[in-house]
Design a protein around this ligand. Sequence first.
Ligand code: SF4
Length: 183
Amino acid sequence: MNKKLLLHICCAPDGSIPVPDLISEGWEVRGFFYGSNIHPLSEYNLRLEALHKLINHTGIKCEIMKYNPEEWLENISGLEHEPEGGRRCEKCFMLQFEAGALIANKLGCENFCTTLTISPHKNVTLINSLGERISSHYGLKWQNRIWRKNNGFLRSIRVSKELGLYRQNYCGCVFSHRDITNK
Ligand code: SF4
């Protein structure tokens, strides 16, 4: 079986457990960072810097997409007022997985996975079912993982601290930022 795996890394702290775990399982891990959902640019830069720290620490190669928040906003148009966890997030995951699947095919990675399921705030059933659907459409094998199991989230906090990774306090987009500033 081809052991090349493209790992969608939503942010460095969330990747801090999946990347070394997958490497130790024998996967040839290649990272993928989407990023255009993140607002504002200063926040994107903080997350990118953290990602580079993770890349340097783990030694993986990572595909970083061009930052294009306008295109992301256009794609989620009409879903601006959805609550976090609703249809906007579903669309956001799909955009990220679709972009990742195209890159996986280009790089010859037959396997695809995401770090998103380490978060206690995310719907892991939805994420894994979208991942399965998109992987199957692109001829990839989805690696169904729930990284938050076995204290994955707490371990990611600890490792992120050790590596000095920036940890954000909101999911990423302008709407999730709006929701925390209005609290
Ligand atoms: S809250 Fe997070 S997952 Fe939902 S649309 Fe915004 S960036 Fe994407």
